[in-house]
Design a protein around this ligand. Structure first.
Ligand code: SF4
Length: 331
């Protein structure tokens, strides 16, 4: 591991000023991803700026919704009674990810920033455009079973690994940031970037800009929501595919729908195509099948991940059926 210095920021202004002074400095919060990346030689910061002790751990009600501080622990969000009651899809997504020990350390902000689990990204012996721009992509001709089928480019096909962010996308979350240029409110669907020809750029955050909170807007129908994750083993595994579903159903008709997919996209994937099929349609199996087909219509498989397309359709259909059946289902 490269030598580096360490400072603990007392507040966000101090963290931002430190990052501005030191172009190679990086933030650390729970450290559950950062320390692995440093040990692998993928991240080589000159300085670590610890923001774990910033006063941003609260989970509070705000404008009919919920504000989660960036340093709130994943486990605190998952077991928060308001989150469980109003946004169960978020609680379920977090509990489907990692291990209890990791969830006790990982933070909301860190989860938004976690890097891909593409094995070629993590092994510095391989070519990787995301780690080193213009060096190539070993996954294109390699073992790409875990890789994305939506939002890929000829430069990168890595899947976004987060479960939490898939639920946040379905809940229209807003990411609050603070940086040298002031404060910003960024819709979660705009926060992560598609790889295009710059896969090393993963979010719209600028150097020196930090996440301060994530807001869940009021969504009265989000109690009817569910996260379904399919993986190779029952726990502590990344998603092959996952689906976050939020439905408002009235008189057997779908009034509102929020659909997001994990494991298949280069970013947490919002499916407006599926939502378009669902809204104003009857909450029946034929509708769910049509929505699942629409969600995967643009999918492009690679040598080893063709199976993800059918698996994603079946996962989304199953999640839709579960949500429709909640509290009377087709009421
Ligand atoms: Fe790197 Fe992306 Fe290719 Fe993986 S898929 S090797 S992260 S460029």
């Amino acid at each position: 591991m490269n030598p580096f210095t360490y400072v603990r920021a007392a507040n966000s202004d101090e963290a931002i000023a430190t990052l501005k002074r030191e172009p190679q400095a990086m933030l650390i919060a729970g450290g559950t991803n950062m320390l692995d990346l440093m040990k692998e030689g993928v991240h080589t910061p000159s300085q670590l700026v610890d923001i774990r002790k910033l006063p941003s751990t609260e989970i509070v009600t705000k404008d009919g919704g919920i504000r989660m501080g960036a340093a709130a622990r994943n486990s605190d969000v998952a077991y928060n009674s308001l989150v469980q009651k109003r946004y169960p899809v978020l609680s379920e997504a977090i509990l489907a990810g990692a291990s209890a020990q990791l969830r006790n350390m990982a933070t909301v902000g860190g989860n938004l920033m976690q890097r891909t689990r593409c094995p070629y990204f993590h092994d510095i012996a391989f070519a990787c455009n995301k780690r080193q721009p213009d060096s190539g992509c070993a996954a294109l001709e390699g073992f790409n079973r875990m890789h994305a089928v939506l939002g890929t480019s000829e430069h990168c096909i890595a899947a976004n690994p987060s479960d939490m962010c898939v639920a946040l996308v379905a809940l229209d979350a807003i990411v609050q940031t603070q940086g040298p240029g002031g404060e910003r409110s960024i819709p979660i669907t705009d926060f992560h970037l598609l790889p295009g020809d710059t896969p090393h750029l993963e979010t719209v955050l600028e150097h020196g800009e930090i996440i301060t909170a994530v807001d869940l807007p009021a969504m009265p129908f989000a109690w009817r929501s569910h996260y379904l994750k399919v993986r190779d083993r029952a726990s502590y595994a990344f998603a092959l595919v996952s689906a976050a579903v939020v439905l408002e159903i009235d008189g057997g008709e779908i009034r509102n729908a929020r659909i997001a997919l994990g494991g298949v996209g280069t970013k947490p994937w919002r499916s407006l195509e599926a939502e378009e099929v669902l809204v104003s349609a009857p909450a029946i199996e034929e509708t769910f099948t049509a929505a699942a087909n629409a969600a995967m219509r643009e999918a492009r498989p690679y040598q080893y991940n063709q199976f993800k397309i059918e698996l994603a359709k079946r996962t989304l259909e199953e999640a839709l059926k579960t949500v429709a059946a909640m509290s009377g289902g087709q009421a």
